[in-house]
Design a protein around this ligand. Structure first.
Ligand SMILES: O=P(O)(O)OC[C@H]1O[C@H](OP(=O)(O)OP(=O)(O)O)[C@H](O)[C@@H]1O
Ligand SMILES: O=C(O)c1cc(=O)[nH]c(=O)[nH]1
Length: 235
């Protein structure tokens, strides 16, 4: 059963992720090199109805963040690659849901490799200089991709004001010596502290484990629970 504490838009989003095959079970190597028994592939939200489902969920998370914390921004930034359609779809949906507040916001994203001809550079979309930037991305695991995005935005003169992700995998930071058995603080908590930034997650691993008991095999549930235990943060 989905956790009763999951708000309706979050439950709808989790249903879409399951129905669209975005949430997968098996063995996956992550950016952090950890081997995970589950994977959230936001690249699989490619059908129009799924794109609708994600843009509604991100837009509602942003609107909720504004109501709860006063979050304000000029630009939605999507880190390459999977962040790109998420940021553009979220920008569009925000303007549709609340044109008065979001009708003039812009989107922007980076290239993984700088372009050396034409307009050049490695940012596409709205120029970041002096602007308040909200990062919209898929997943946070060890936090590396978010740190890279913050560095890129700052290099361009942008002011990062917050991060919204679909899924907080609730994992610990990697330790500097690569020993993943050591107790470590959470990736999301350290970014919040280090950069003094609010980070909002639509779903957490706990939400997924609560929900998957209804549709995944007992083996997948057990492996995912063991993974949670192995990589859980000390805070
Ligand atoms: O928290 P982390 O340990 O950094 O891992 C999570 C990030 O890793 C993947 O990005 P990747 O850089 O592989 O880019 P992609 O969007 O091209 O898949 C994924 O899309 C997340 O953004
Ligand atoms: O950590 C990652 O690389 C990662 C995890 C996940 O669930 N989904 C994804 O796209 N990347």
């Amino acid at each position: 059963m989905f956790s009763p504490s999951l708000s309706p838009y979050k439950a709808d989003f989790l249903k879409a992720a399951i129905g669209g095959g975005v949430l997968k079970f098996g063995s996956f190597e992550l950016k952090s090199k950890r081997i995970s028994p589950y994977f959230f592939n936001a690249g699989d939200f490619y059908r129009a109805d799924l794109l609708q489902a994600i843009s509604v969920a991100y837009a509602k998370a942003v609107i909720e963040a504004r109501e709860q914390t006063g979050l304000e921004f000029d630009i939605v930034f999507g880190p390459a690659y999977k962040g790109i359609p998420l940021a553009t779809a979220t920008t569009d949906k925000l303007a549709q849901l609340d044109p008065k507040t979001y009708g003039q916001i812009c989107y922007s994203f980076d290239r993984k490799e700088a372009k050396d001809h034409g307009e050049g550079g490695n940012i596409v979309g709205a120029p970041l200089k002096g602007k308040k930037v909200l990062i919209v991305d898929d997943v946070i695991t060890a936090g590396t991709a978010k740190r890279e995005a913050i560095a890129k935005i700052r290099k361009e003169g942008g002011i990062v004001v917050g991060i919204v992700v679909a899924l907080d995998r609730m994992e610990k930071l990697p330790s500097s010596d690569g020993d993943d058995s050591k107790p470590m603080p959470s990736a999301i908590g350290e970014i919040r502290k280090e950069y003094n930034l609010p980070i909002f997650a639509i779903l957490t691993l706990d939400d997924i484990i609560d929900g998957m008991k209804d549709f995944a095999s007992p083996d997948d549930v057990r492996r995912t629970e063991e993974y949670r235990q192995k990589f859980k943060a000390m805070d």
